[in-house]
Each structure stands twice: as C-alpha cells, then as structure tokens.
Write a protein that binds this ligand. Sequence first.
Ligand code: SF4
Length: 510
Amino acid sequence: MATSYELKQHVETLLDDERGTIFKEAPHRVALVYPSPYRVGMSSLGFQTIYRVLNQREDIVCERSFLPDDPDLYRQSNTPLFTYESETPVGDCDVIAFSLSYELELIGIMTCLELAAIPVRAADRGENWPLVIIGGPITFSNPLPAGPFADVIVMGEGEELINVLIDWWKDYDDRERYLRDVAALPGVYVPSIHGETFRTVAQARDTCLPAYSPIITPHTELSSMHLVENGRGCHRGCSFCVMRRTTNGGMRPVAPERVLATVPDYATRVGLVGAATSDHPKILDILCALVDSGREVGLSSLRADRLNDDFIALLAKGGARTLTVASDGSSQRMRDLAKKHIKEKHLRRCAELVRDHNMKLLKLYMVIGYPGETLDDMDEMIDFMLELSSICKVALGMSPLVAKKNTPLDGSPFEDHKSLETKIKHVHKKLGRKVDIRATSVRWSWIEHEISQGGFDMADAAEAAYRNGAGYSAWKRAIRDHKKGITPLRIPESERLQPGAILPDELASI
Ligand code: SF4
C-alpha cells in the first residue's frame, strides 16, 4: 500500500520531467482536472490550452490534477486528490474545471470528485462548495449525460468563455444568482436551469488561435511533443463526425508563421493537431519549415485524398514510419454513406506512397456497422485489404459506429452485437495473418453509444455503474434500469441521413 508521501513523490517525479510547468501564486485557485490519467490528459491540446490561458491572468493560478492510475491507493491512504503544482487539495480550490473527451470518462469525473470529498451531483452541493465547470470535446455533441454533475458546462470552444465565467464567479456571492446570470450567455449550459436541452456551441475569436501546449513531457501518449493546432474546425460534412462544418462554421486555418511562432527552441518533436490538419492550404509550408529545422513531426489527422509524394517525403523526413489514414467505411457504398469522399484509388495511392518512401506500415481505420451494412460490404473490404497488403504492410483498425448527436447519423441504432461480432470474425478469418487487425470492443462501444444518445438518464446510469464497480455488467444493468428513451435530436430531421440513403457528392469541388 502506498503512502500519501509516496503518491506525492510520484507526482514530483512527473513534474521533474516536464518543461514549461507554471508555478505561481494568485488570489484565486482553479483546479483543472482531467478525468483520465496523466498520460492521457497531457496529450490533450484543449486541456493544456485552458491551463495556459488561465495562468496568463494575474488573479488566477490554475493547477492540474488527473484521475490517479490507481484511485484505490488514494482511498486506502486517505490522500485527497491534490493539484500537481502546489499539492493543494482539489476540494480547497475555488473552481474545479474538468475537460471531458469521452463518454466513459464520466466515471473519472465521479471518482475525482469523491477523491476530493465533493458530492458528485450539483444538486447535492451547496453555496460553499467549489464551482464545478465541465467543458471539452464532448460538449460539441452531447453534454446532457454530464449535466447533473456540473454546475456549469462550457459548450464547444472554451478558451474565451472560461475567462468570462471566472470573472463573474469572482464578483458574485450568491451561487444561484450567478448560475441564473451565466445561463443567459451564449455557449453556456447550466443543467439545473436549462434542463435537457441543447445549447449553441461557442466559437472563440480567431485572435485566440492557435491553441498550443505550454508543457512538454516524455510521459504521454505523444511523448515529448509540442502540440499546436494549424486550424480549427473542418469545412467538410462527413455524416458521422461531430466536427463537421455545421458545428462551428468550417475550418479556420492559422497562418503558418503563427503556428511556427509557438514552437519553443527546445521542442524536438511537434504535433500538428486539428480536425482536418491536412486540409490546411499551406500545410506543406508548415511541414517544410518544421522538418528543415530538424524536428520530428506528427499530424493528428490525414486525409487519404490529400497525400502525394511531396507530402509523404516531408513526413518521412520528419521521422514518420507509419502512415495512418481513415477509410471510414467497409465498401464504396458505406464510404458514400459516410460522405467522406474517400475512394479506393486514394487508399491504393497511400499504400504505394508507404512502399515508395520506405515507410513501415499503412494503418487504416474503419467504421463498421453503418445502417444497412451487410457481409457483402465486408467482403469488398477484405478483397481490397488483400490487394493493399500486396503493396505494403497493412494494419486495420475496426470500430463499431457510435452515432453521435449533432451529426446526420444521430439516432441511428447500434447494430446487433452478434451481427457485429460475426462481421469481425469473418474479417479475421479471411485476412488471417496477412493484415494486423485490431477491433474495438463491441460491448464497450455499445455503452458509449447508449451514453452518447442519452440525457440525464445516462447520468443516473453512470452513477449506478460507478457505485457497482464500473465493469461491463454493472453498466449493462445500470443502462437497463435507468434508460428512459431517446433525447431530442440536435439537428433537424431533414438533415439526417436515413438508413441506406446515399447523398450527392456535395464536396467534389473542395
Ligand atoms: S471526419 Fe474529418 S474531414 Fe470529415 S467532417 Fe470530420 S474532421 Fe472533417
């Protein structure tokens, strides 16, 4: 059993390996908490950006905390969740801000709140508890299942609104009046006032861009990488994607010089982050500048139809050994339904580029289980994978469709578990050892689907699952006991894709 001293020692070791950590004092303290462990949280550009933005203020010190790798060690040693920078108990901070990326992180939010000795539900917190704010990628789609745990939710792009919320919080001494007043702000969702309704997604001014990470650490998924966005949003309209153009008005590219100005001299690895990094009109200029300065470069999203010799040569020179692209649908029929406009010829070209530039691997990501998908679609994919594997080494990732709110596929049912498992087995059997196959768990994808389509009922389910150990059976029982039905759609019925519908190539001109 670890002692409090040992838990704090571990955190100090992590801090020792960081560059860019901000230590300061200020009258008001915000705990910025990531409901997954450090390794995951420090790879989040949004989380790091809020840390940087809040610490630019003289009146605020913002310190980080994370879901511990093993929360039981905290429980057994009676160690309250504490901030990394000053080891202040999170429960003693004025404001606790969570960044929520995935549905299953609701468990992490409850765990962190309880480790901080704070009631998990806003309704059980009185005037004197810290203000609990939730923001993060999930708010672009469906924040309702997180609603009962939050006092305030920032919808969408939060780097400006968080300052407004904290300014107002400092000036109020009446929590209810504060909540009533901030509820009127666009982009702010106060679950206790707005109930199960969807609020508009906030958009930060272009002058706030680009988001970039102040801290570099070797202990993340993206080891020792400086993260910077080269554009915000996306101008395309893929039917499964929350970041499509209707969410925040299309892509706002950032000028190359502004992207490059964020990179500190000591950063040897740079990750370009964004919904559509390869769509930036000057992506080659940015890559060229980074690679010529001797840095390794990674991109968070590559579209197969944007890649060519020059692009891949730069990536390879920048240290990339694997080319990762999404094909998004098992067959051309399914890719048309996904509306991503990726065709076999684009993927074949990617395989040739991997081979020609001596890269090691082509990794393809595939969504399966779109409405109307059959084994024939899987067979088309299998034949094509065999063809690609004759060009270069191929790895295939398959994930069941989890229909999200704020997309045309909102409301699409999750495919029957047995049917999905049959498809996955069929692919394994046919592709054998020729392709390295990784499939996301059907059962956990189903839970994600239920939460992402739900409302406050899924907060009840999440709490019941949490109280019963948060394993699959606990979740299954909790969803069965608490599911009330489908929450309202976020986009008009007319914009939704009907099962089997193939819509025109509206983006052919891009
Ligand atoms: S999947 Fe990619 S290209 Fe399609 S809308 Fe989303 S971010 Fe844009």
